[in-house]
Write a protein that binds this ligand. Structure first.
Ligand SMILES: Cc1cc2nc3c(=O)[nH]c(=O)nc-3n(C[C@H](O)[C@H](O)[C@H](O)COP(=O)(O)OP(=O)(O)OC[C@H]3O[C@@H](n4cnc5c(N)ncnc54)[C@H](O)[C@@H]3O)c2cc1C
Length: 358
């Protein structure tokens, strides 16, 4: 079902409604939610497996599901039981609203505000990117703190809240169905109980709850894209022949070596992903380093692998006959998603050199 819709989603830029509904019907939007909320309780390992498998067919669907799982991880920790149950059931699609026009990819330092307004809180913001902006039921939202010290506070904002304007539709290079639009908030009122975690503690939620889940799922998405690209490249290389020599593309050693390198790089990234999840599950000392590494490594490798796929499949890939250009375009998104690859390299370099990250 997800595979059947993927090409149309990419061509039209439409939200992958049927694919997300299929994941919900299978209970998979509750993969990361706890069993007491009606979820599958599969943790980040299970969620990563879903994302990797989905991304092999449709990057847009994988992206929407990734952001849902990231929001769900926060809601699992801080939201009320009814919200957790709705998210786990798949009836309530959620997402993250961290990036802003002011702070751009430096999501840890929002410039949007939360001010007290009687018995409610008023949010004003210019959010620059929210995946599933039009289709989600809620945004897990960052702002400057209400009254406390600190860099940020996190809120649960229903997408039907008055004062929200979605500046869509999304018209992107890749992940074209992910419905990622700017959203502005002018005098949006939420109850004080919409605060997720303590006032001023948003940084801890971002780094402690969201970052590990986002990095792993983003890496899983990159790996799924690579696996999809390797599969399609090998199939094409085995299927077409040059009439002068009678040999298939796969019979050319140059082509085989490219495909071999694609597979080696894909497997290296997947092995790093496995190790990162193992580090998280056992609380290993190098967990944070692995979390930073895995998104950068998988994202960069996916750009290389899908670039090679385009080269191997030649003009047929350029003309969309192989369906690889979608993977090539989708793979480029991970590097600019915050924390971006360059920011990650800076953080990793600081960690290796024993310097503070912030
Ligand atoms: C498909 C897609 C979906 C998205 N979905 C969401 C979402 O659901 N929620 C959300 O909150 N955000 C989302 N984002 C936004 C994303 O997380 C980033 O915030 C955004 O892509 C950053 O783009 P920018 O042009 O503002 O980056 P800029 O901050 O302007 O960065 C431009 C370049 O400068 C580099 N750079 C910036 N700062 C540094 C630094 N300190 N050190 C080294 N290099 C640096 C960056 O790496 C980048 O190459 C999404 C982005 C994409 C592409």
């Amino acid at each position: 079902m997800i595979a059947a819709h993927a090409t149309d989603v990419d061509r039209t830029g439409a939200f992958p409604e049927a694919s997300i509904a299929a994941l919900a019907a299978a209970g998979l939007l509750g993969a990361i939610s706890a069993e007491d909320a009606g979820g599958l309780g599969l943790g980040v390992r299970g969620a990563a497996e879903v994302i990797r498998r989905v991304a092999r067919e449709c990057g847009s669907t994988a992206m929407v599901a990734s952001m849902h799982y990231c929001g769900a991880a926060v809601l699992e920790k801080f939201a009320d039981t009814d919200t957790r149950k709705a998210v786990a059931s798949g009836a309530h699609l959620t997402t993250l609203a961290f990036s802003e026009a002011g702070s751009r990819s430096h999501f840890w330092a929002p410039v949007s505000t939360a001010t007290a307004g009687g018995d409610s809180v008023i949010l004003d913001a210019k959010k620059s990117w929210i995946t599933s902006a039009t289709n989600a039921a809620s945004y897990v939202w960052s702002s400057k703190p209400l009254a406390a010290d600190g860099l940020s506070t996190i809120w649960l904002v229903p997408t039907v809240a008055s004062g929200l304007t979605i500046h869509g539709p999304f018209e992107g290079l890749g992940l074209r169905g992910n419905d990622s639009s700017p959203v502005s908030a002018e005098g949006v009122r939420v109850p004080a109980s919409a605060m997720l975690g303590a006032d001023g503690a948003g940084f801890d939620v971002m780094m402690g709850v969201v970052l590990p889940v986002f990095s792993v799922l983003n890496a899983a998405c990159s790996i799924g894209l690579m696996e999809g690209a390797v599969e399609r490249t090998a199939k094409h290389a085995g299927a077409i022949r040059h009439s002068d020599s009678g040999s298939s593309l796969a019979e050319l050693p140059t082509i085989r070596a490219y495909i071999a390198r694609m597979r080696v790089k894909t497997d290296m990234a997947r092995t790093l992903l496995e190790d990162t999840i193992a580090a998280m599950e056992t609380g290993r000392e190098d967990t944070m380093l692995r979390v930073l590494e895995v998104k950068a490594a998988a994202g960069e490798t996916a750009v290389e692998v899908t670039d090679t796929a385009m080269r191997v499949c030649g003009g047929a890939a350029f003309r969309k006959e192989v369906g690889l250009d979608r993977y090539f375009r989708d793979a480029r998104a991970a590097g600019v998603m915050a924390p971006t690859t360059d920011v990650l390299y800076d953080f990793i370099g600081k960690a290796v050199c024993g310097l503070p990250l912030f």
